[in-house]
Design a protein around this ligand. Structure first.
Ligand code: ZN
Length: 315
């Protein structure tokens, strides 16, 4: 079977205060907190996962909150905008909601075949709501936003790059994306399967300063792969293409490999299985601190050092 990347698996960014992050993404944007855990590489830091009801790949935005850390700098070699998908008829609802919650925004404006609204989260992370026809995913119905207007998952990501040729070759010649549209310095690529969550915009910005990862910036973007076998094949092919790829790392809810694309953005390829229901019942996702076995014996210590947070309510 030929291997394929069906689109985005997740996006991981750095936040400031975890409580503020939960209130923005769950209480305001209406995403489900699907997992409350710790950063496996730094367990005194939370790892917050938001998504749809099940935390399907393509809907998962995750954060490492670094309270008190300085703000990062968005720039070249980073994902500089993360775009969510909303139904075509939900633009008015979201314009009103943003206004009511006093979130500064621009738009709606047209771009290619979509309408989009741009704004930032409280830490300065750039977000878009992209309204378009052809969204078939279901929104979560028990969050703070009615199901009909709920965010359906990712529309895509925008990479800012000093140049675009090498990144473009990696996307099209190795990773199976196609160049579908271009306007000015924006090059749009789509995973072969197409559809929402499969879009990458590459912004060619030769004068942009390199980005600095800290609060308010994206740490990495992960692409989907259906299973461990295909991930192994990806690893071999990427190594052959001259990239430095990590070994497979067990992230409990998925298995991951990481590498830096030629423009400097950290890419990950993550498996769809096993998913977030591996250690919690679906109804209870995100309702308590989940730890992998290696940290379970430090639970008491971790609960003491992690900032206390109030979890979102479900309808
Ligand atoms: Zn990741």
């Amino acid at each position: 079977m030929p291997k394929e990347i069906p689109g985005i698996h997740h996006v991981t960014a750095i936040a400031g205060e975890p409580q503020q992050n939960i209130e923005f993404y769950a209480d305001f944007l209406g995403l489900r907190l699907v997992k409350l855990t710790v950063n496996y590489d730094d367990p005194e830091t939370y790892h917050l996962y938001y998504g749809d009801e099940d935390g399907h790949p393509g809907t998962i935005l995750t954060f490492f909150p670094w309270p008190g850390a300085p703000g990062g700098r968005k720039g070249a070699g980073q994902v500089t905008t993360t775009s969510f998908s909303i139904p075509r008829d939900s633009v008015r609802y979201w314009v009103e909601r943003l206004g009511k919650h006093e979130v500064a925004f621009t738009g709606p404006v047209d771009r290619f075949d979509e309408q989009l609204i741009s704004f930032s989260d409280p830490d300065g992370l750039n977000l878009e709501l992209v309204a378009h026809a052809g969204e078939i995913r279901r929104g979560w119905g028990r969050g703070s936003v009615p199901r009909e207007h709920a965010i359906r998952g990712f529309f895509g990501v925008t990479l800012s790059e000093e140049g675009y040729e090498k990144t473009s070759s990696l996307l099209t010649e190795t990773m199976g994306f196609k160049l579908t549209k271009q306007e000015g310095n924006r090059f749009r690529y789509a995973a072969r399967s197409g559809g929402p969550g499969a879009t990458v915009d590459l912004l060619c910005q030769p004068d942009a300063r390199p980005g600095v990862v800290s609060v308010g910036t994206v740490h990495h973007v992960a692409w989907r792969t259906p299973d461990d076998g295909q991930q192994k094949m990806w690893r071999e092919e990427l190594v052959e293409a001259g990239l430095n790829v990590t070994p497979v790392i067990d992230r409990k809810y998925f298995h991951s490999i990481y590498f830096r694309e030629p423009g400097g953005v950290l890419f990950e390829i993550a498996t769809d299985p096993p998913g977030f229901a591996i250690d919690e019942r679906k109804e209870e996702l995100g309702t308590r601190l989940m730890l992998p076995p290696q940290f379970e014996s430090f639970r008491e210590h971790l609960v003491q050092v992690l900032p206390r947070v109030k979890l979102p309510k479900m309808a």
